[in-house]
Design a binder for this molecule. Sequence first.
Ligand SMILES: *[C@@H]1O[C@H](CO)[C@@H](O)[C@H](O)[C@H]1NC(C)=O
Ligand SMILES: *[C@@H]1O[C@H](CO)[C@@H](O)[C@H](O)[C@H]1NC(C)=O
Ligand SMILES: *[C@@H]1O[C@H](CO)[C@@H](O)[C@H](O)[C@H]1NC(C)=O
Ligand SMILES: *[C@@H]1O[C@H](CO)[C@@H](O)[C@H](O)[C@H]1NC(C)=O
Ligand SMILES: *[C@@H]1O[C@H](CO)[C@@H](O)[C@H](O)[C@H]1NC(C)=O
Ligand SMILES: *[C@@H]1O[C@H](CO)[C@@H](O)[C@H](O)[C@H]1NC(C)=O
Ligand SMILES: *[C@@H]1O[C@H](CO)[C@@H](O)[C@H](O)[C@H]1NC(C)=O
Ligand SMILES: *[C@@H]1O[C@H](CO)[C@@H](O)[C@H](O)[C@H]1NC(C)=O
Ligand SMILES: *[C@@H]1O[C@H](CO)[C@@H](O)[C@H](O)[C@H]1NC(C)=O
Length: 455
Amino acid sequence: MGSLSSSAFGPVKPSSFAVLLVLLLSCSSFSSTEAYDALDPTGNITIKWDIMSWTPDGYVAVVTMYNFQQYRHIQAPGWTLGWTWAKKEVIWSMMGAQTTEQGDCSKFKGNIPHCCKKDPTVVDLLPGTPYNQQIANCCKGGVINSWVQDPANAASSFQVSVGAAGTTNKTVRVPKNFTLKAPGPGYTCGPAKIVRPSKFVTADKRRVTQALMTWNVTCTYSQFLAQKTPTCCVSLSSFYNDTIVNCPTCTCGCQNNITDPGSCVDPESPYLASAVTGQGKSSNTPLVQCTSHMCPIRVHWHVKLNYKEYWRVKVTITNFNYRMNYTQWNLVVQHPNFDNLTQIFSFYYKSLTPYEGLNDTAMLWGVKFYNDFLSQAGPFGNVQSELLFRKDKSTFSFEKGWAFPRRIYFNGDNCVMPPPDAYPWLPNAGSRPVTSLVFPAFTILASLVFLLPFA
Ligand SMILES: *[C@@H]1O[C@H](CO)[C@@H](O)[C@H](O)[C@H]1NC(C)=O
Ligand SMILES: *[C@@H]1O[C@H](CO)[C@@H](O)[C@H](O)[C@H]1NC(C)=O
Ligand SMILES: *[C@@H]1O[C@H](CO)[C@@H](O)[C@H](O)[C@H]1NC(C)=O
Ligand SMILES: *[C@@H]1O[C@H](CO)[C@@H](O)[C@H](O)[C@H]1NC(C)=O
Ligand SMILES: *[C@@H]1O[C@H](CO)[C@@H](O)[C@H](O)[C@H]1NC(C)=O
Ligand SMILES: *[C@@H]1O[C@H](CO)[C@@H](O)[C@H](O)[C@H]1NC(C)=O
Ligand SMILES: *[C@@H]1O[C@H](CO)[C@@H](O)[C@H](O)[C@H]1NC(C)=O
Ligand SMILES: *[C@@H]1O[C@H](CO)[C@@H](O)[C@H](O)[C@H]1NC(C)=O
Ligand SMILES: *[C@@H]1O[C@H](CO)[C@@H](O)[C@H](O)[C@H]1NC(C)=O
């Protein structure tokens, strides 16, 4: 971690250096159970529980999950929500979701509840659910996009009819111990808090109605709790050095044909098709192409061109997983020059500014129906874009890896970078003092677009 200091990256603005320190500190605080993401400090998923009507023995509520995270979304196979009832409540019926188990309803005669468990587990219904079992914002297979990328699909709702519950706002008890899986661990949910009842505006905007009672639960994500092995790595190259710095070997696993021959597949292998379709399809374990890093996702950052006032980067995301199409993928990239991003081709861009006045982190994602779909491993399993940055003379440099990103997330998961000492060097610049590159002279010479500035 110490090697990520300013000397590893050359000139760094004092302000960004301070923040880099903050980020490093918060990185190490992942080792506590604290749920905090330095790049999205207020990110959370809020579960809102609106009681819409009382029934003879309980109430009907609409439960909505809002994804207030900038870039972390919930992908297939989707969310799982659980809680513990405070009393002896049962679920008579649900719309737009279902519990995974009914539990023991043996004491009921006649009408049998949908679920009698004290700690029900709820999952979303799949797309294509009959209309009479749907409500608004349901039935997306548990997928919730981020509000930055796709605000129209950043919420997920279901309706629940609860029995053996209180029937007034004095006697009803809020459920306890909410758990959210997405689908693995990572989220921690706080207690339900009774809040001001939600208000709803009718479609014609001429009338406002309100819930009879509302409570909110806030869930936050922690990389530490998720305890994922890496799923993504970064490789680097540049126009000024032929070396391609590959992802670190064994980033996401090691290729081992002897003890685990099925751990990866060769694209040339005759078994590929059967391996992908055979046992696979339903299973969510990745089936990756054999590589030295064994990661399902690789992000390649190529420093492509140097102009007088600008420089250009090509970013390529490659999918090595034969069992996963990523819909609505996103990248978060930190580089000090994002404050002067001039143009980005074929990706969307939003500046994430978790610290006021610092603008070095960007969220990038694909254009709908063009490249927001990252296909499974194979000839179409990649997306790419080019970024054009305007040089800020006081900070810009090709030395000491400055042109490479400080960190990258793919779908919210950290991508492992090569060690800084492996970054491509400027020819002859490796061990020389900083003063050896005379920038003014070289910018005057370079009044035209040039490709080989140091020849
Ligand atoms: C959850 O996120 C929303 C939107 O960013 C924010 O307004 C709210 O304060 C957050 N809640 C908590 C408890 O952090
Ligand atoms: C319950 O309803 C009464 C009026 O009907 C209201 O004054 C009170 O604030 C409500 N309590 C809660 C917790 O919503
Ligand atoms: C809620 O979880 C806490 C800690 O896991 C546990 O001590 C408590 O008994 C649980 N409460 C209920 C009602 O299950
Ligand atoms: C409860 O959640 C809703 C929906 O996210 C939000 O609009 C509301 O402000 C929240 N209330 C409180 C008190 O946090
Ligand atoms: C595993 O197989 C690949 C090709 O299928 C080969 O390149 C590699 O050397 C093998 N590794 C071991 C440890 O045998
Ligand atoms: C990915 O999408 C393609 C095209 O829609 C489809 O043929 C393929 O089966 C999908 N693969 C997976 C693993 O879902
Ligand atoms: C961050 O930089 C981008 C690109 O130069 C610019 O469009 C945006 O307005 C900046 N945002 C802030 C908050 O400075
Ligand atoms: C780069 O962005 C910063 C902050 O947005 C601004 O102060 C500076 O003038 C910009 N530099 C250039 C060369 O555009
Ligand atoms: C290119 O960078 C590598 C470090 O990744 C370095 O070993 C090599 O000497 C550099 N090549 C030239 C021509 O400077």
